[in-house]
Ligand binder design. Structure first.
Ligand code: SF4
Length: 80
């Protein structure tokens, strides 16, 4: 299954801001405190990026959104 969001386990400290802010509710809090969230519903991701935008460790790439290939092509062509 395609994973739309990847966490850097070295950087993400599991603050769960992304879990709370995601409008599609795709994440689940990791049962292990201090660990990155779990992407529970990857098919529901809308790629709107609020999780990335609100992450306090965004500059260190704690979270990365990986759009599917057709969407990446559209972005490069300026269609999104
Ligand atoms: S990715 Fe960022 S916002 Fe989400 S839990 Fe990790 S540090 Fe917090």
């Amino acid at each position: 299954m395609y994973n739309p969001v990847v966490f850097n386990e070295e950087i993400c400290h599991g603050c769960n801001i992304c879990v709370e802010i995601c409008p599609m509710d795709i994440f689940e809090t990791n049962p292990v405190k201090g660990r990155p969230p779990i992407v529970k519903y990857p098919d529901q991701c809308a790629y709107e990026g609020v999780c990335w935008d609100r992450c306090p460790n965004q500059d260190e790439a704690a979270i990365t959104i990986i759009p599917p290939l057709p969407m990446r092509v559209s972005i490069l062509r300026g269609k999104l």
